[in-house]
Ligand binder design. Structure first.
Ligand SMILES: [Zn+2]
Length: 167
């Protein structure tokens, strides 16, 4: 399991889980990796800049990541696009194994974090701005909320979503 920091053609940075680096290449080549902020499938691995701790915004985001592991589910498809076809796949044994690992990872994350439901953006913000103690939380964020949090420099991880549990 690898967590990659990716960047889309609109310069949104986000993170996503992959079985392996080859797994990422395969999914990206099929256009299955999309930006949670703008849904662009033109994504690539972000080049990791050396951390100089210069930007305040950046270090605040890093603190949330290290202490709170704020977790949001993958942004849901926008309602305005009813005709979007969902990606489908025949699963190989490796993909089945990957899926089992995703499930394991997700149950680990959810067991160790507080479920805050739709209050996720609010709670993540309070932590980011130091109004409440950092802790691990997970919940739901709409694409608009995800975009707003992203613009405020609040980092969160997509919660692994299993293909047949999307609906
Ligand atoms: Zn984007």
């Amino acid at each position: 399991m690898i967590l990659y920091t990716l960047v889309c053609d609109n310069k949104h940075k986000f993170e996503s889980w992959f079985a392996s680096s080859a797994g990422y290449d395969k999914q990206a080549a099929r256009g299955l990796v999309s930006c949670p902020v703008c849904n662009s499938t033109k994504v690539e691995k972000a080049i990791m800049a050396p951390s100089l701790g210069r930007s305040r915004k950046r270090s605040a985001g890093a603190a949330i990541e290290a202490n709170a592991e704020a977790i949001a589910p993958e942004a849901a498809p926008t309602e305005a696009a009813p005709e979007v076809k969902a990606p489908v796949a025949m699963m190989s044994p490796q993909e089945r194994e990957f899926r089992a690992k995703l499930k394991e990872l997700r149950s680990h994350l959810t067991k160790n974090a507080d479920y805050v439901g739709g209050k996720f953006p609010e709670e993540a913000r309070k932590m980011h701005y130091g109004e409440i103690e950092h802790r691990s939380i997970y919940g739901e964020a709409s694409p608009d909320d995800a975009k707003a949090l992203h613009e405020e420099g609040i980092e969160f991880h997509p919660l692994p979503v299993l293909p047949d549990e999307r609906n």
